[in-house]
Write a protein that binds this ligand. Structure first.
Ligand code: PLP
Length: 382
């Protein structure tokens, strides 16, 4: 039993024991390189194919449209860099939103440095893009729209279906970063007109350092890495068989209980938010209440330093985040919170709580009590 109350599932999720058990033989017993052609190796390849099939089934797509990568960052980089390159004779314009993860924003920053033009769409107070602004931003040079399915800081879910429809009507490719959404909300890709979809194993109770990119058949894209001909010549490098097997198992398990778990987490989240709003003054919930991941709670406590609050909760063995996991060591205010209209001071007074499969009501009750004390103490000091 972990001594911690872990409330940072958007940063990473605990890997399930069943996932580890499924992976273990692929380290020391079934270790053959799946590219070899003897029977021993065919077993590794078959295990990868099963994982591919399991993942494809959860999204309603063909197994051969799933490509294994090292995680969400690689999937995002690959989707953007290599479709844009393949389409460079058609145009040089890409559309995104201001609240994307840095795996997308920093890739696009690089694209600008090599001559591409990028439009960064504003979002409203809830963190949603405006579809009319998206339509107006499309021009004849537009080759790609990349807008995340759900945000990692405030949990806001974008109107993916409508974005896909607009992209399809205008003949523009659509990539969505589904890293926070996959395994947390049902996603049936054929309904969404999505061409490319990124996901990451460690966000849905699988291993770290493994992910996948869905690439719709006939999408113009080339390999990001130069090397061998793995993954049908689109992703070079010996496959991480154990992690692929683990991710496939995690995908299956998380989807088996998705309906139940979403309901359970939504109830827990609402219970927690209501208690916080009732029992602590001057608190604000950020992001959409309607279009929101069931596990995300993002709170601004006015007059309280978010980092100081995190440290006080940490001393009670409660793990929360101040911004996104990937920029938690930086002390710049979150670009997502600024984009939804928070002041710098408010952004610095914000914490993110993300619950998961192991979170129980008693954990949240304990967290409310710890928050009440910590917020009162910090407000007294300021
Ligand atoms: N995209 C989003 C929305 C994320 O939240 C993250 C990680 O937090 C990533 C991409 C990067 O994924 P990975 O950690 O697998 O590289």
């Amino acid at each position: 039993m972990s001594p911690y109350i872990y409330l940072d599932h958007a940063a990473t999720t605990p890997m399930k024991k069943e996932v580890m058990e499924e992976m273990l033989p692929y380290f020391t017993e079934q270790y053959a390189n799946p590219s070899a052609i003897y029977e021993f190796a065919v077993k590794s390849k078959d295990a990868m194919d099963t994982a591919r099939k399991n993942i494809a089934a959860t999204l309603g797509v063909k197994p051969q449209e799933i490509y294994f990568t090292s995680g969400g960052t690689e999937s995002d980089n690959w989707a953007i860099l290599k479709t844009a390159e393949a389409l460079k004779t058609k145009g040089n314009h890409i559309i995104t939103s201001k609240i994307e993860h840095h795996a997308v924003l920093h890739t696009l920053g690089y694209m600008e440095s090599i001559g591409y033009e990028v439009t960064y769409l504003d979002v409203d107070k809830q963190g949603r893009i405006n579809l009319k602004e998206l339509e107006d931003a499309i021009r004849k040079e537009t080759i790609l729209i990349t807008i995340m399915t759900a945000n990692n800081e405030i949990g806001t879910i974008q109107p993916i279906r409508q974005i896909g429809r607009i992209a399809k009507e205008r003949g523009v490719l659509f990539h969505t970063d589904g890293v926070q959404a996959y395994g947390h909300i049902p996603i049936f890709l054929p309904e969404y007109s999505v061409d490319l979809f990124s996901a990451s194993g460690h966000k849905f109770y699988g291993p770290k350092g493994i992910g996948f990119l869905y690439v719709k058949e006939n999408t113009p894209i080339s390999s990001l890495l130069k090397g061998g001909g793995q993954e049908r010549k689109l992703r070079a490098g010996t496959e991480n068989v154990a992690s692929i097997v683990g991710m496939g198992k995690a995908a299956k398990l998380v989807h088996q209980r998705l309906g139940y778990e979403r309901m359970r987490e939504t109830n827990l989240r609402n219970y927690f938010m209501n208690r916080i709003l009732r029992e602590i003054n001057d608190v604000k919930i950020n992001g959409s209440l309607k279009n929101r991941l069931c596990n995300n709670i993002n709170l601004t406590f006015s007059g309280v330093e978010g980092e100081a609050l995190l440290i006080m909760l940490d001393s009670e063995d409660i793990c929360v985040a101040t911004g996104s996991a990937c920029n938690s060591k930086e002390s710049t205010p979150s670009h997502v919170l600024l984009a939804i209209g928070l002041s710098e001071e408010e952004a610095y007074s914000t914490i993110r709580i993300t619950i998961g499969e192991t979170t129980q009501k008693k954990d949240l009750d304990q967290t409310v009590e710890a928050l009440k004390l910590s917020v009162a103490n910090l407000r007294k000091k300021s």
